[in-house]
Design a protein around this ligand. Structure first.
Ligand SMILES: Nc1ncnc2c1ncn2[C@@H]1O[C@H](COP(=O)(O)OP(=O)(O)OP(=O)(O)O)[C@@H](O)[C@H]1O
Ligand SMILES: [Mg+2]
Length: 305
């Protein structure tokens, strides 16, 4: 058991490839039992962090532990206790569902590989597809198979790297139900995603850009802490209005949502002034809740500057 209730704790974690620090001084604490969302733009260092945390990649700097094991000295132990679903499909396309799971069971040296493979197929609804080639499965079923493979050795911590990329909404929703069920049963889950609706479903979030953590906290906390105000604008000639608003002081983001614009910025007074000056009789505006997406775009812009 973890004495302090923290499943992952790293400090000053860094990775240098050639001369470039792609992960740079990352401090991260993942509470045991949480569904922890790890977010950030493409190339920001999420996958690299995950690989260092689960013992697959040696850090260039920093230290820490994953479960009760040292990430520098006990990498083999970590691999046994952690399930890792990689960003790209990592199973054999020309083996069947069952053969893939058997292969993984043997790689983990479980005592009864056949039994374990059967059980996990049953648990993840794969039994009917046991003889299908993995390469012939749809995206959603491939993802289920990958999850089953990552869960087969009954890990205490699950690392999911963009598990739902390219998966349809129904399969995504089912997948998240599964994740929450596993979490309720005591599993800690760290998951990367670019989908904001998925971020909202996490208990905790951290946001990384250019290898550095920019912010962390509960989803509601992050929107409040960002200090962003957002208005929704509807009416006529919104395209022209959007272009005008973008030129104004205090307007940081203008995004089209269906037949509305969402306009946000860090200073509510300046933002209101810009809206007053630009929204003629054909357009109306009203306050609207700031979305996580607005917060992350704001953070990305700030990091770029
Ligand atoms: N083995 C490697 N050698 C050199 N550079 C690498 C290597 N692996 C990753 N990088 C670089 O490190 C940076 C971070 O990559 P990483 O894959 O961790 O980002 P990511 O946040 O997972 O991105 P994405 O959202 O696109 O998956 C990128 O610039 C990438 O090109
Ligand atoms: Mg990645």
């Amino acid at each position: 058991m973890l004495s302090d209730g923290i499943a992952i704790s790293v400090k000053g974690l860094g990775k240098r490839f050639d001369e470039k620090w792609v992960v740079d001084g990352v401090d991260l604490e993942v509470p045991a039992g949480s569904v922890f969302g790890f977010l950030g733009p493409n190339g920001s260092g999420k996958t690299t962090c995950i690989r260092m945390i689960c013992g697959l990649l040696e850090p260039s700097s920093g230290s820490g532990r994953c479960l009760e094991f040292d990430i520098l000295k006990q990498r083999e132990r970590i691999k046994r206790e952690v399930g890792y679903m990689t960003q790209r499909f990592a199973l054999y396309e020309d083996l069947t569902v069952r053969e893939n799971l058997l292969f993984v069971a043997r790689a983990y040296e479980v005592d009864t590989p056949r039994l374990v493979a059967d059980e996990v197929m049953e648990k993840f609804g794969l039994a009917d597809r046991r003889n299908q080639l993995a390469g012939a499965l749809s995206g959603g079923w491939k993802q289920r198979l990958s999850l089953a493979a990552a869960m087969l050795h009954e890990p205490r911590l699950l690392l999911l790297d963009e598990p739902t990329a390219g998966v349809d909404p129904k399969a995504r929703r089912d997948f998240w139900s599964e994740i929450h069920e596993l979490s309720r049963a005591g599993l800690t889950v760290l998951v990367t995603t670019h989908y904001m609706d998925e971020a909202e479903r996490c208990s905790d979030l951290a946001y990384i850009a250019n290898g550095k953590i920019l912010t962390r906290g509960k989803p509601g906390f992050l929107t409040r802490e960002s200090g962003l105000s957002t208005f929704r604008v509807h009416g006529e000639k919104l395209f022209e209005l959007a272009n005008r608003l973008r030129q104004f002081d205090g307007v940081e983001q203008v995004a089209a949502f269906g037949t509305e614009l969402h306009v946000s910025g860090p200073d509510a007074a300046l933002l209101t002034r810009a809206l007053e000056a630009n929204c003629g009789p054909g357009a109306r505006y009203e306050p609207q809740e700031t979305l996580l997406e607005d917060v992350f775009i704001h953070l990305m812009e700030r990091a770029r500057r």
